[in-house]
Ligand binder design. Structure first.
Ligand code: PAF
Length: 280
């Protein structure tokens, strides 16, 4: 696997791949890679001739009191995992290369990004859409792979791709879960064993809501009330939001539309913020 640490080297490679008619799948990551990321890389390898993984902890998507400085970093381990999972190139730009002094251009999606995460993390998606658009411009991928765990992120990126006519196919991969059902996330590393037990209540709650829908319940209010009740049993958990939403627009739905509704959950497990979701 080749490692590229400058924008110009990555652009030169992208030009060569394009000229040679090779398709390219990009897997954007912030590193601290886990099995969920490796599943994205494996999926990428089935979608294109060449797989590029970007590793960059993007400062602009973290709020002022968020965990940018303590976000887990393990570049050496990440590069070994990327190579094992079948990546051909790792793009590892520096912060100064992507955001040099005086940087002042941002990409802002103004609808899908507003609810849910957008309420408690107001600048988050501006950072995500800016870095993802920059990566698309530099790497020029044919397709890009994102995890369904970050369902709103995927919906926002799809909207940007449509609105800005970006020639990239967005591919979503199913959420990878641990044995206790907890969705894999780099932030799980922050959890103590007791907090981890509480975190396992999130996927259990999603399953309960799914089975209520399977038995015919359609009222979003009933479903969110049950989810709130189940998660409130744990003193370590503080609910940020629980909502039934349209998976494309993220607008709240009053009634579940089977196959076209998403239960989105965000909680604090003490000082760790976790999100998860289930298609209903
Ligand atoms: O999902 C992530 O890890 C990040 O939001 C992304 C897409 C790599 C942008 O920094």
């Amino acid at each position: 696997m080749q490692t590229l640490d400058s924008v110009s080297a990555m652009q030169a490679l992208a030009g060569e791949l394009r000229a040679a008619g090779r398709t390219v799948a990009l897997v954007p990551t912030m590193g601290a890679l886990h099995e969920g990321h490796l599943d994205l890389i494996r999926l990428a390898a089935t979608r294109a001739d060449v797989v590029v993984v970007s590793i960059f902890v993007n400062p602009t998507q973290f709020g002022p009191n968020e965990d940018y400085t303590r976000y887990p970093r393990d570049l050496e381990g990440d590069l070994a995992k990327c190579a094992d999972a079948g990546a051909h190139h790792a793009f590892i730009p520096t912060k100064d290369a992507l955001y040099p002094p005086g940087y002042s251009t941002y990409v802002n999606e103004e609808s899908v990004a507003k609810p849910l995460e957008g309420v408690s993390r107001p600048a988050h998606f501006r950072g995500v859409t800016t870095i993802v658009t920059k990566l698309f411009n530099i790497v020029q991928p044919t397709c890009a792979i994102f995890g369904q765990k970050d369902a709103q992120q995927v919906a926002v990126i799809r909207k940007v791709v449509t609105d800005l006519h970006l020639p990239v196919e967005i591919v979503t991969a199913p959420t990878t879960r641990d044995d206790d059902g907890v969705a894999l996330s780099s932030r799980n590393a922050y959890l103590t064993p007791l907090q981890r037990t509480a975190a396992a209540a999130i996927p259990q709650t999603l399953e309960t809501v799914k089975s209520m829908v399977a038995k015919g319940e359609r009222r979003a209010e009933r479903l969110t009330a049950e989810a709130t009740h189940l998660l409130s049993q744990f003193r370590q958990i503080r609910i940020i939001y629980i909502a039934v939403v349209d998976p494309l627009t993220m607008q709240t739905q009053r009634e579940v539309v089977p196959g076209n509704s998403l239960l989105a959950v965000a909680v604090w497990v003490e000082e760790t913020r976790l999100i998860d979701n289930a298609l209903l």
